[in-house]
Design a protein around this ligand. Structure first.
Ligand code: ATP
Length: 220
């Protein structure tokens, strides 16, 4: 695996999403080539990334000249102009970019991007909205990693009803259908905790389940 310093990222489209992706990657020590057709957007990012270009990324020649086609991973962050997003993805694939990640404005756009061989299609607004709603629904919510359509691995803060009880006493699998995969305690991580393990105040639980199961678990 390449070290992050040896990896080149391309970011096409510097709206709110693209801007923060490019900036964060650069701050993390990665080499970033960023571009947008809007001069002002390019000016805003220029000092933060390795290279920034004003170009129309649907133009194959301009794409090649910018060096973006040599990047290991290219993030296409164009939502509104679906036609441009599709054209750019096709060019990147033809130019042999190893990994293409693209933002989709809606499910149809996402489906087309998948058909075109995009390695990862992302729906930032939808995903943030779901995450926000989950954090409001599930008491003690810290973090969530979705697994498939229904299940997620949730990180939740242990709460009073659990304190001092063993996992066997709590019988969470039977009562709520959830599995405790790990317990984070201070600096340690108890993976696959046994039934004898007691939940303590301050613990963070790593739990596999559905949103509905977690809502029930945390509202007892
Ligand atoms: P945000 O991330 O702010 O939500 P958005 O999803 O609404 O943005 P757009 O407004 O469609 O995305 O475009 C994002 C950026 O992509 C804009 O800054 C726009 O100038 C740029 N862009 C659009 N088409 C092209 C193109 N053909 N080549 C390069 N940049 C483009």
């Amino acid at each position: 695996m390449k070290r992050i310093k040896d990896k080149i990222f391309g970011v096409i489209g510097l709206g709110r999403f693209g801007y923060h992706v490019a900036k964060t990657l650069a701050q993390g020590g990665a080499e970033v080539i960023a571009c947008d057709s809007d001069e002002e957007k390019v000016r805003r990012i220029a000092d933060l990334v390795s290279m920034a270009f004003v170009l129309d990324a649907t133009d194959e020649k301009a794409l090649k000249e910018s060096g973006i086609a040599n990047a290991d991973t290219v993030i296409v962050s164009i939502g509104e102009n679906i036609e441009a997003s599709i054209l750019i993805v096709v060019q990147l694939k033809e130019l042999g970019v190893k990994e293409v990640i693209a933002k989709a404005a809606n499910p149809m756009h996402g489906k087309i991007l998948e058909r075109l061989g995009v390695d990862r299609v992302i729906y930032p607004e939808r995903d943030m909205a779901i995450r926000l709603a989950h954090s409001l629904l599930i008491g003690q919510f810290i973090e969530e990693i979705p697994i498939g359509d229904q299940f997620s691995v949730f990180e939740i803060r242990a709460f009073e009803a659990l304190f001092g009880k063993t996992l066997r006493d709590l019988d969470l699998r039977k009562r709520f259908g959830v599995s405790v995969l790990a317990i984070k305690r201070q600096d340690s991580m108890l993976v696959n905790p046994s039934g004898e393990e007691k939940i303590l105040e301050g613990d963070i639980l790593v739990v596999l389940g559905t949103t509905e199961q977690l809502v029930k678990l945390t509202s007892q």
